[in-house]
Design a protein around this ligand. Structure first.
Ligand SMILES: Nc1nc2c(ncn2[C@@H]2O[C@H](COP(=O)(O)OP(=O)(O)OP(=O)(O)O)[C@@H](O)[C@H]2O)c(=O)[nH]1
Ligand SMILES: [Mg+2]
Length: 300
């Protein structure tokens, strides 16, 4: 009688510079939208779990904010989430935007993973838009900096190289339990998911004008049998930023509300009533109370 191979499971930190594709990779591997994605750096602000269930294995991905130099209290908290993920992982994935030239920030990221002594797989992302000859010098460069477990070129967006990646991850996971039931795909509370979806639409509709300054707070979340009522405040830092969100005659806020509601209705069917408010909170990025509210693990 042949024995079944042992069940493998563990936590896998997904780290890298802002905009490298960490959240895209998390979503593609999980097969559901766990984490919001925009073309603007510093989109993810939390440590977000996404579960990947495969026969004989459970991979728990920890999506994290981009590695950057923190200047505000918000950014300090973001970097704290990166460090927590690096500290508690079984394995680390360092993901790099291979279309960008190598720079100081990339070196900083490698030094950070070294500091945590993490076994790390390096992922060179966005190969769907990259001329292949550009990969070799990049691989060379990284191989000189650190002894990576493996270096795998991928496209997180187009699902290229990800079978190889999954295999490389599972091989390195310890024997362990199924930490989460197989139908669970994230640890985020519904209110937080709702706030993130609204925030994604705000960023996508204002990206060149208000890159970093918005937060979304849920003021009311009532789930009923036929309708879910959500009131959300979009927080900005200055009075002058309010009209950018609201738009001429309220057109932009209305548009943000419509696209957010359509996506929210998939999560909370059949109907969502979404009301959006715009609030000015000077210096909210240094406001301890607001920063704490944005960390969903601090609630309750
Ligand atoms: N062409 C291409 N674009 C990608 C790929 N992966 C991600 N992107 C794009 O890169 C941008 C950033 O992607 P995200 O997944 O939000 O990146 P991130 O690393 O989570 O960014 P932060 O949360 O800001 O640190 C988005 O516009 C994605 O569509 C890829 O494989 N190919
Ligand atoms: Mg992200």
């Amino acid at each position: 009688m042949s024995e079944l191979p042992p069940f493998r499971s563990g936590f896998v930190a997904v780290v890298g510079r802002p905009n490298a594709g960490k959240s895209t990779l998390t979503n593609t591997l999980v097969g559901s939208k766990v984490s919001i994605v925009t073309p603007v750096p510093q989109t993810t602000r939390n440590r977000i779990l996404g579960m990947v269930n495969r026969p004989g294995a459970q991979i728990i991905l920890i999506d994290t904010p981009g590695i950057h130099r923190p200047l505000s209290r918000l950014n300090q908290q973001m970097m704290e989430f990166v460090r927590q993920a690096l500290a508690e992982r079984d394995l680390t994935l360092l993901i790099v935007d291979a279309t960008e030239p190598f720079g100081k920030g990339d070196e900083f990221a490698v030094n950070l993973i070294k500091e945590y002594g993490a076994r790390t797989i390096l992922l060179l992302n966005k190969i769907d838009v990259l001329a292949k000859p550009r990969l070799l010098p990049l691989i060379d460069r990284y191989a000189k900096l650190h002894e990576f477990e493996e270096i795998i070129p991928i496209s997180a967006l187009r699902d290229e190289g990800l079978d190889e990646l999954e295999k490389a991850i599972i091989e390195r996971l310890p024997e362990g339990p199924q930490y989460f039931p197989p139908e669970t795909y994230t640890d985020q509370p519904e209110r937080f998911l709702a706030a993130e979806i609204v925030r994604e639409k705000v960023i996508r509709h204002t990206k060149n004008e208000l890159p970093y300054v918005t937060a979304v707070l849920i003021d009311k979340f009532e789930e009923g049998d036929t309708i879910t009522r959500i009131h959300a405040s979009i927080v900005v830092e200055r009075d002058s930023q309010k009209p950018i969100i609201i738009g001429a005659g309220g057109a932009r806020l209305k548009q943000i509300g419509t696209v957010a509601r359509l996506e929210l209705e998939k999560l909370f069917p059949p109907k969502v009533y979404l009301e959006l408010f715009v609030k000015v909170e000077p210096h909210w990025r240094d406001n301890a109370g607001i920063i704490r509210d944005l960390d969903y693990r601090q609630e309750g």
